[in-house]
Design a protein around this ligand. Sequence first.
Ligand code: GLU
Length: 467
Amino acid sequence: MSDLRVRFAPSPTGYLHVGGARTALFNWLLARQQGGTFILRIEDTDVERSTSESVDAILEGMKWLGLDWDEGPFYQSESFPLYKEYVRKLLEAGKAYKCYCTAEELDAKRNLAMQEGRKPKYDGTCRERADQPDGQPYVVRFRAPQGGVTSFNDLIKGTITFPNEELDDLIIQRTDGTPTYNFCVVIDDATMRITTVIRGDDHVNNTPRQVQLYEALGFPVPQFAHVPMILGSDKARLSKRHGATSVIAYRDMGYLPEALMNYLVRLGWSSGDDEIFSREEMIQKFDICNVGRSASVFNTEKLNWLNAHYIKNSEPERLAALLQPHLAARGVSTLGGPDLAAVVKTLQERAQTLEEMAERAVFYYNAPVNYDDAALAKFDKELLAEVFAKVTEKLSGSATNSIPEIDALFKEICSENGWKMGQVGQPVRIALSGGTQAPGIGEIVMTLGAEETIRRIQKAREFVSGK
Ligand code: GLU
């Protein structure tokens, strides 16, 4: 085990967003690569907005992606005594102070600063205050360094420097005694001995304040890596407006976890021109320092391409198990029908998602009740009747134990009757599936079985002759 300790620290105020999942993935990859420790911490200090449903949704998303953690989940709401203890320490050391300014006073000062064109900033009224008015509500503020700068070296963005002048005396404890967000993060990261903080770059502005707190508390400052945001096609931050953003929504739309993982790892990170990365390859090759500095645009087409790749290369049995709920959602039962893994084999070459595959698998279990009229209309009625009759006759009297055998039968039907394959294959495909978007005839017949095939052709024959 190495000393590397990283963490994923979601706020449980919603589902696991793909951006959050990518942050978790980068942390996880680094931990797995270096034999470090990956910690899961739930940042639920915002009691109003945090819910246990959201915690469950986040854990579900992580488990689905296979992002296993080594320690936690730890809940910030369970650490309030710890935070209080550190507030006390800072107060005792004179590195924090009680501020009695009322909200009205602060508002008035802020308005005045704005009117005078100054940056609104706490003016330090209580910084050097000697009296401690009894029984009056107060917040605790961090006594931030006044002059100079605060700098940190970001593994992705390089050195980032903030003039201390721009940083307020941060409130670390509210009037109701609860600790504030930036303070909790520092205490947690420090006491959990986090060595590398990888998080979204929407937190860059929090970092100098956090660095100051580490220094004031005498903790070593961890390394930071701020990952650029994920954007939608219009270059605005990826949100529901652009489509699904939740990891679980991608599962429900029929994406495989390894496809989403592969997609997310490439979003902002590259290794040569490679696009396909197995879990092991990602772990081996990932380098946080190679994450790009600019934001990446979410591209569903590329995700679909990757998903199609993984579907094509997955074991049919595994896909069958994953496909089952998608069929159930359509009210389709596979009981008594063809083996689902066999069905998958006929569809996995061409499906981009499991949803798409489910849609195309339905006809195997539910014989068509309607036929694609426009497609049928392309064939002469007499020809259809004849084709259906000949195919039935041939199938009834021949062995149909393999796809090549069935394909050969259809070739024979064509040559014996002077028909082209399109004149036979397409009507039969319509008879078996209701439409023309179906796998090859040999595959369908093999999967349905000769008996069911004949039954369906018979039905189509009656349909056509009744017209
Ligand atoms: N809880 C923060 C969020 O969900 C993450 C903070 C951090 O990683 O430091 O955005």
